[in-house]
Design a protein around this ligand. Structure first.
Ligand SMILES: Nc1ncnc2c1ncn2[C@@H]1O[C@H](COP(=O)(O)OP(=O)(O)OP(=O)(O)O)[C@@H](O)[C@H]1O
Length: 468
């Protein structure tokens, strides 16, 4: 979003009456925050202005000197089919409306229509054009397969395809004024993605993060919208709300799934109307920040049980990314291990330790309910207590030890025996496998059993059989 210009494309208002043009542009600005408008009084100039580029929507009068609105509409459709046209006519005639729609108008309004209807129609067209632009952006990215600004994701370590696809999506919708919903289990990196989306938005303002979990409705309203002096007992000074703090930037609302219903209503109104009232004030303020929300909860399930409003859910999920848990992108574990070892060593002022062989494999047998945050804490903990050159396996084995059953790993895609001329017997193969697991686990049976996907008693029984 560029500062003070909404939407990103121009809206051309065409009418031979200057007073109507001025009043329409003022209404669009005050009621819908639409400021990217160009005014045109001479019907003969319309096509030249469109040829110049940058216009996405035309609000067109029908009865004008020189060229009629219908003639212009026809020409726009032929030469600039990507431009949407809303006809705003002085004529309340069904036939004219039908004819204009047949010529390709997006909508038709009569000048005497209620202002809200007209504004609603314009916003609908803006929304449709924004979605079209985002779709084009997404498709071109899929075709080119690359990110335009990989530097925005520099702090997010991953090689996982689904994560890289999320990056491409976030890049494509980053300049959209619509909210972005980021879901995923706790610790998967939702806040990091919100930061990347803010960087990519190009907004000059700051990223303001608010954790809304546990805020009761009054505190929520006060935190977001602020208050005027004397709004309630104790409100001795004016408080700027976070929405204002985030002006021309991004407001990041974390833990949105925990919001109570009354606060959900307030958030919906903010998103829908684009304006809000500080507590104790009857002067509306305009929302000038992009909104990003995140939750580890399943909003669809919450909507089903009536604890999350359907209208708000639908509004929020226009742009949604679902971040996969770490256990579904195990290929990231070695990368993250190396990244956090470097980071921990630097933070703790130590030399970067060498991870023991098999550590990444051990870690991939664990489900990481706390995701990347848990892995990071585990590595920082291990680095903080370690003394030798080689990091000890013990701490990790203890941390994940008996915490849960090993997570089953998918079988290798290539059969390791496929190239063997003579196959080992079943017993030999099992013995080699057990030996290799014990080697990799440095003799630690708990770890070896995890690597083999069997319980420790089962491994110990097999070892006894092997030693007979
Ligand atoms: N891919 C990653 N690369 C590097 N660090 C990461 C990555 N993912 C997460 N982290 C780190 O893990 C920690 C948790 O990440 P973050 O706070 O973004 O998660 P979250 O999904 O927002 O969690 P919560 O739902 O609990 O708020 C942070 O310290 C973050 O820097």
């Amino acid at each position: 979003m560029t500062e003070n210009r909404y939407p990103a494309f121009g809206i051309l208002l065409v009418d031979d009456e200057p007073a109507w043009l001025r009043s329409l542009s003022l209404t669009l600005e005050s009621s819908a925050g639409i400021t990217n408008t160009n005014l045109c009084q001479d019907s003969r100039e319309v096509m030249g202005l469109l040829d110049g580029g940058g216009i996405g929507l035309v609000l067109l009068d029908l009865t004008m000197p020189h060229l009629s609105g219908e003639e212009i509409l026809k020409e726009i459709n032929e030469r600039h089919p990507e431009v949407a046209v809303i006809v705003i006519s002085g004529l309340n005639q069904v036939e004219t409306a039908v004819h204009c729609m047949k010529l390709g108008a997006f909508d038709y309004f009569v000048k005497t229509d209620e202002e809200d209807r007209l504004i609603g129609g314009v916003l609908r067209a803006v929304r449709m054009l924004e979605l079209q632009r985002e779709n084009r952006e997404m498709s071109s990215r899929l075709v080119s397969g690359g990110l335009r600004h990989p530097e925005a994701f520099a702090g997010i370590v991953t090689g996982d395809r689904s994560m890289l696809a999320l990056f491409a999506y976030i890049e494509a919708v980053a300049t959209s004024p619509q909210p972005l919903l980021i879901t995923g289990e706790s610790g998967v990196g939702k806040e990091l993605l919100a930061k990347a989306a803010h960087t990519l938005s190009g907004c000059k303002g700051q990223l303001v993060a608010v954790n809304v979990a546990g805020l009761d409705d009054t505190v929520f309203a006060d935190t977001l919208f602020g208050h005027v002096r004397g709004a309630f007992t104790g409100a001795e000074t004016v408080r700027r709300g976070m929405v204002e703090e985030a002006a021309n930037g991004t407001l990041f609302l974390d833990e949105i799934g925990d919001l109570g219903i009354p606060s959900q209503v307030k958030l919906l109104r903010l998103l829908q109307e684009g304006e809000y009232f500080p507590l104790g004030s009857d002067q509306p303020r305009r929302l000038r920040a992009r909104i990003i929300v995140a939750t580890h909860q399943n909003l669809s399930a919450k909507e089903g049980t009536g604890t999350f409003r359907r209208d708000l859910y639908y509004r929020l999920r226009t742009h949604q990314v679902q971040v996969p848990p770490l256990r579904e992108r195990k290929g990231d574990i070695p990368l993250l291990l190396d990244h956090f070892l470097t980071e921990a060593a630097r933070t703790l002022g130590k030399k970067k330790p060498t991870p023991p062989p098999g550590l990444a494999q051990l870690l991939s047998t664990y489900g990481f309910p706390g995701n990347v945050r848990e892995l990071k804490a585990m590595i920082f903990d291990a680095v903080s207590v370690h003394r030798d050159r080689m990091l000890s396996m013990e701490g990790f084995v203890r941390a994940i030890g008996t915490a849960e059953e090993p997570v089953s790993t998918p079988p290798p895609t290539l059969n390791p025996f496929a190239g063997f001329e003579r196959l080992p017997t079943f017993t030999d193969a099992a013995e080699f496998l057990v030996e290799e697991a014990l080697n990799r686990a440095g003799g630690n049976q708990t770890l070896a059993a995890r690597l083999l996907g069997i319980s420790q008693p089962a491994l110990s029984k097999r070892l006894k059989m092997m030693r007979k």
